[in-house]
Design a protein around this ligand. Sequence first.
Ligand code: NDP
Length: 267
Amino acid sequence: MTYPWREAPEGTFAVIGDPVHHSLSPKMHSAAYATLGLPYTYYGIHVPTGEVGEALERLSSLGYQGINVTVPHKEEALNWADVVEPMAARVRAANTLRLKDRACINTDAPGFLDTLGEFHPTEKKVLLVGAGGSARALIVALLSDGYSIKLTNRTLEKAHSLAEELGSNQLSVSESADPDGCALILNTTSASLNKEELPIQWDRAMPGALAYDLMYARPTTPFLAKAFSLGLATMDGLPLLVAQGARSFEWWLGIEAPRTAMREALQ
Ligand code: NDP
């Protein structure tokens, strides 16, 4: 169920974004509450840019305890918070808020590492495409886990300024999307939204490399379709959606999230 924030009903949890109608989070969190018999609600709430603070005050007065934040509000949400965990500060994005004490965390970055749990590359080297908010979070996570990163983006200056801002000798910018030597090929762009292909030099991909798209689409995204046709391993954005959502759930409620039920609700 999705509402404009001025028409939001009383509730306990929600995701805010613009747009938000496509979000699978309400389905996933509602399934978690049903599985555990918890009397909570989780709605999608549409909030235009510039109205995040006002909307959060209203949701707080309606009894909401926790809010997930999606595109494009993660930075505005961070600025609203009084208590900011170090990871959220470092990636300059908050995707999980606790309203009673205006606290925030970022669960995208650690959730992303959760999804790589079964992935044990011989060499921790990544080609990362994109230089937006998700790219920043994932770069911080990957660097903390010992990966070296080759970063490329449609607008190359943005890749350069992101690399400069994050300042690491394990992070370099490349003009071309050349996956040579990379065990992981990571698409953090929104290109798949419009079914657009990325100029990746697929013929230079290592056999056995994992192609990972942050987006999810049925039946698949152009990026993953191409990787699959070349025999590469593939992963879409659903495991990350579950991992970050489960971490939000656990931070709010202090109990283990029913990950299997959350995943099944999305399938
Ligand atoms: P931003 O808007 O901050 O960044 C978008 C990036 O995509 C930029 O680097 C932009 O390049 C690039 N881009 C957009 N369109 C194209 C195109 N047609 N060809 C090449 N590059 C393109 O978005 P975010 O980083 O916040 O999010 C990126 C995607 O990841 C979103 O679609 C989001 O839904 C998804 N996501 C999924 C999550 C999950 O749980 N699965 C979690 C977080 C994000 P340029 O700089 O040139 O404009």
